[in-house]
Design a protein around this ligand. Structure first.
Ligand code: SF4
Length: 225
């Protein structure tokens, strides 16, 4: 896909350049009607998560990582689990991977503050190991409540653990990306892409991640009409 410079703002140009990508797609129009705020149920959910001891990760966490962003967001970005820095700061996707996620979003015309970012697990697995199946099962209720309250237009599953957990599959990310899935529990479109931490290790895949973001934008655009 060729660049369309006339549609790029300076921030987007910079982000694309930093990602080594020279492509662009038309901007998504603003939503006609804003969703209502999630209200007091949201505070109750935050309180429940911060006091949750439903799995063994409660014993080793510094704090829970609930999620961050706009509660009226159209995009819900779901990653795997907090890492060491997220556990320390209480916010998902910080550090180098978080910076790359921000750049990817910026390239797509979205500020980090315009989406909501959460993880499958709200507590850090020790030594950044993969989440256990029993931990994912125990924490699923929190994410399901978040999705119900946020009512996003689209879920972007970031990385293997998020994609496979949400879609209940063992299919590799490389075969899950490139199409729009149905997140059946909420009847929402779901697009899969690579985790920014993987992209830092494999920069050659950034172009595919960009294609995933374009697919996500194309999916959201008609829903915003
Ligand atoms: S990972 Fe989820 S289920 Fe386990 S203690 Fe943390 S909030 Fe509770």
């Amino acid at each position: 896909m060729q660049a369309r410079p006339g549609r790029l703002n300076p921030g987007q140009r910079r982000a694309l350049a930093e990602m080594g990508i020279d492509v662009w797609v038309p901007a998504v129009p603003a939503p006609a009607v804003a969703a209502p705020p999630v209200g007091s149920d949201w505070q109750a959910l935050q309180h429940a998560v911060s006091n949750c001891h439903a799995c063994g990760l409660a014993a080793t966490r510094t704090q829970t990582v609930f999620g961050v962003g706009d509660t009226n967001a159209r995009w819900l970005i779901i990653g795997e689990a907090p890492g060491a820095e997220e556990d320390r700061q209480g916010e998902p996707f910080v550090g180098r991977a978080g910076q790359l996620l921000n750049e990817m979003l910026s390239a797509a015309g979205l500020a980090r503050e315009q989406v909501f970012i959460a993880n499958i697990l709200k507590c850090r697995p020790p030594a950044n190991r993969d989440p256990g199946a029993e931990e994912v099962a125990a924490c699923a209720v929190h994410l399901q409540c978040q999705i119900e309250l946020l009512r996003p237009r689209l879920i972007l599953a970031v990385g293997r653990i998020a994609a496979q957990s949400l879609l209940q599959t063992t299919t590799p990310v490389g075969r899950l990306r490139g199409r729009v899935h149905d997140y059946a529990p909420a009847g929402l479109p779901l697009v899969v892409t690579y985790h920014p931490a993987y992209l830092l290790r494999s920069p050659g895949q950034k172009r595919r991640a960009w294609e995933d973001l374009c697919l996500a934008r194309q999916t959201v655009a008609p829903l915003a009409a």
